[in-house]
Design a binder for this molecule. Structure first.
Ligand SMILES: [Zn+2]
Length: 507
């Protein structure tokens, strides 16, 4: 997942409330006795109660995530760990009683780290000081640079502009976060800061993490997903402080970055389990989460939370012998972290087989935790339908707040579907600060996972999934190319999609 952490925080703050206000209080949108969009309410309530009970009593989400973390470790796409994770999920789904579980393989060029060192050398001295460092993804396959260090602070446009002439040929030091957030200044993604450094002629980038406790972070440094021309690395907050101290003590501090990385064709497999629909078997609802993780820890939060919740939702459906009207595909995506590789490949396959019109809905769980409401993703025509589902969830579990929101976002596996006009729905949740601090970092481990909150993700997502899959009618459809473009513009997504080279329209 890329950048989504910020979106989550926003949703927890402003946007949800705004949407709730905009669309009226949940539950008052549909007059009682009006046509019930989500099918027969008493039936839905009954199924929701069963789901609730089953998950609260028998959920295996937390346990299987713990077991996989211990047995496998990280789940990096294209690595032997990644392939073991694919097999783990496949076996588990078979164990849960799915007769139809398949691998959807894909082959793409992908980046992997190999070796990296960073040394800082005060000018005219041979007194090397090694600094603990990790390479950011899409750094060059081979890079050996040395140059004077320039501190660009938070690395925003203004910070670079102020130092303009001093950056060419130097190695820049920039914060990943904002050290002293000034009013109205929005942070940039590490890939955007790297792009600015390249534009200004820097020969290397050292990103300072701002999370205390020797936390190192990885993730891409490229806005396009292609290799970048200069090395970009991450160091801890403590190392950053030390280097800045040395910069004050000695003029002309020099840095040396040596790295090798691998960029090669890799093979990976999405895992797909199918539950055939009882009335409209040709129509599909896809629920997915990316199984892959970065390699610095075990990806318990990103995205053990989402993917192992999806596995447990699948278990719940089988255990209760639920047979909704439409077919459900439970999908474990791989390659999300390197640029949505698995979901892009799946969408391409479906598109060329003429199957995309049959996908009625996509629900993606990426770091989704302890949901408090449904996000209609900018499909306003769906707000009454989804609000009504949320109300029924609330009747079964009064602790569910049912806060509706209606804002699309990017950077996870729903995106390739959304770009093709397929309807997307999400669940808004929240994460504690200690979990957010370990985003993409060497501390994203099992101790951050809250078992009860993960159960909430499973039961609320399972209810929403069932309600959509079993609805008599879903009041929205896949949009054509022009309407998809207009929708993305209305959702404010044109500029970010242009930055990442994903905007396929002329205007
Ligand atoms: Zn993610």
């Amino acid at each position: 997942m890329k950048k989504k952490v910020y979106v989550y925080l926003l949703l927890a703050g402003g946007i949800c409330l705004l949407s709730a206000y905009q669309f009226g209080r949940p539950g008052r949108v549909l007059p009682v006795g009006d046509s019930d969009p989500a099918g027969s309410k008493p039936k839905l309530e009954k199924v929701f109660s069963k789901i609730n009970q089953e998950v609260l009593q028998n959920s295996r989400a937390y346990e299987t995530l713990g077991e996989a973390s211990q047995r496998i470790g990280h789940r990096l796409t294209g690595s032997s760990n990644g392939s073991r994770a694919e097999e783990y999920a496949h076996n588990l789904l078979r164990q849960y009683g799915f007769s139809e579980v398949r691998y959807a393989p894909f082959e793409v060029e992908s980046w992997m780290r190999d070796t990296v060192t960073l040394a800082v050398v005060p000018n005219k001295s041979d007194n090397f000081r090694d600094v603990e460092v990790v390479a950011l993804a899409h750094s060059p396959v081979d890079a050996h640079v040395s140059g004077e260090l320039v501190d660009v602070g938070n690395g925003l446009e203004g910070d670079f502009a102020a130092l303009k002439a001093k950056i060419k040929g130097k190695i820049v030091l920039v914060n990943i976060g904002l050290s002293s957030p000034t009013r109205g200044s929005r942070n940039l993604h590490r890939s955007e800061k790297t792009a600015l450094a390249i534009q200004h002629g820097a020969i290397g980038v050292i990103m300072v993490n701002l999370v205390p406790g020797n936390v190192l972070l990885t993730g891409t440094a490229s806005v396009t997903g292609k290799l970048i021309p200069i090395p970009s690395v991450c160091i801890s907050m403590e190392s950053g402080q030390e280097i800045r101290q040395w910069m004050q003590e000695e003029k002309n501090l020099h840095a040396l970055i040596d790295m090798t990385n691998i960029s090669r064709k890799i093979r990976a497999r999405n895992v797909v389990a199918t539950l055939k629909g009882s009335e409209y078997p040709d129509e599909k609802i896809i629920i997915g989460g990316h199984l892959d993780s970065w390699d610095l820890a075990t990806g318990a939060i990103d995205n053990g939370l989402g993917s192992f919740s999806v596995l447990d939702i699948a278990r719940t459906f089988k255990s209760l012998k639920l047979k909704p009207k439409r077919t459900i595909e439970f999908v474990m995506f791989m390659g999300e972290e390197q640029g949505l590789l698995g979901s892009k490949s799946l969408v391409e396959d479906m598109k060329s087989a003429g199957m995309l019109d049959k996908v009625r809905y996509v629900l993606n769980l990426d770091m989704t935790n302890d949901p408090n409401g449904i996000n209609a993703f900018g499909r306003s025509e769906m707000v009454p339908f989804l609000t009504s589902i949320g109300e029924t969830m609330k009747q079964v579990e009064p602790a569910f707040p049912n806060i509706m929101s209606n804002q699309a976002d990017l950077h996870s596996d729903h995106q390739p579907f959304m770009m093709e006009g397929v309807p997307v729905v999400g669940l808004n949740g929240h994460l504690e600060k200690n979990a957010l601090d370990c985003y993409h970092a060497n501390c994203d481990r099992m101790n951050l996972v809250n078992k009860e909150q993960m159960k909430n993700t499973v039961r609320y997502s399972a209810m929403l999934l069932y309600a959509i899959a079993d609805a008599d009618d879903i009041p929205t459809r896949r949009m054509d190319d022009t309407r998809t473009r207009d929708y993305l513009i209305a959702q404010g997504l044109r500029t970010p999609l242009q930055i990442s080279n994903e905007w396929r329209w002329k205007e």
